[in-house]
Design a protein around this ligand. Structure first.
Ligand SMILES: [Zn+2]
Length: 278
């Protein structure tokens, strides 16, 4: 009604209508192309539907293979140990290159030297408050961290009291947890469910033996797993096997990319379960 009483508005109608028509056409065109409809008749290239998430552990101490891993031509999730000389540098470099970052939390193993654990490790002898404090400060020490996995931890991950505190802090800070599965006695699946922390699990360790032959055999295992399941979480390491593993990945990536898409761990989770990187 207002259009009939005000002359100025009368003149604007055709312009507005035209603009709306153009916008409408543009929206229809772009949504059509996004779904491949506008290109009906022409074949869209088929993208692989399977997903590989590569996680590389033990960043934070200037370990062998650090640069080679970060420069791989696919996206990785980089697990950085807290409180070490290159913790911040590695997390920042990984983030800048588009990789995902998680906290690689040192946790007590059944066997192994305490010196392999790194500073402020989670030990089963610690009281509740100290475990909480160590997990909180570890998360604060690793910039851009959106999740956590365990470094070693065959003893700590089998301890329900310890894991309940670790996972509770993850929940409070909005982090998901990746169970590296260093112990078949891991209580992580049960406790993560009770606490309500999004959980992922490792499918294949690439380099538990430090030879190129072993790593390429493990990459064959990844291919076999992807024939049966939709995605595969794969863990490798910087450090002693760093150059071997990064070299094997570099040569295997072109072929693996034909069958699967390399994704960040966060892409395997529902969007609402993912914290945005700080
Ligand atoms: Zn580790």
């Amino acid at each position: 009604m207002i259009f009939q009483t005000r002359r100025g508005k009368m003149r604007q109608i055709p312009v507005r209508a035209l603009a709306l028509a153009i916008l409408g056409a543009m929206a229809a065109f772009s949504s059509g192309t996004a779904h491949g409809k506008a290109a009906e008749g022409t074949k869209m290239p088929l993208l692989p539907s399977k997903q590989i998430a590569i996680v590389i552990d033990d960043f934070g101490n200037g370990m062998k293979g650090t640069a080679q891993m970060l420069n791989l031509p696919v996206r990785l999730t980089v697990a950085v140990m807290p409180f070490l000389p290159t913790t911040k540098q590695d997390a920042q470099a990984a983030h800048a290159k588009g990789h995902g970052v998680i906290v690689h939390m040192p946790m007590e193993p059944v066997r192994g030297k305490a010196s392999w654990l790194g500073p402020n490790a989670i030990l089963t002898s610690l009281p509740d408050e100290e475990i909480r404090r160590r997990v909180e400060t570890a998360i604060d020490d690793v910039p851009y961290a959106v999740g956590m996995n365990n470094h070693m931890g065959s003893k700590a991950t089998a301890d329900e009291r310890v894991m309940r505190i670790v996972l509770q802090v993850c929940k409070e800070k909005g982090l998901f947890f990746l169970d590296s599965r260093t112990s078949y006695k891991s209580v992580i699946p049960k406790v993560a469910k009770e606490v309500g922390v999004p959980l992922l699990r490792n499918d294949v360790f690439l380099d538990d033996v430090y030879t190129a032959r072993h790593v390429s055999r493990q990459l064959d295992v990844v291919k076999q797993k992807l024939e049966k399941k939709e995605n595969c979480v794969v863990i490798g390491h910087v450090g002693p096997p760093g150059l071997i593993t990064s070299g094997a990945l570099k040569s295997a990536i072109p072929q693996l990319e034909r069958d699967a898409k390399f994704v960040l761990l966060t892409e395997l989770l529902p969007p609402e379960a993912v914290r945005s990187a700080r």
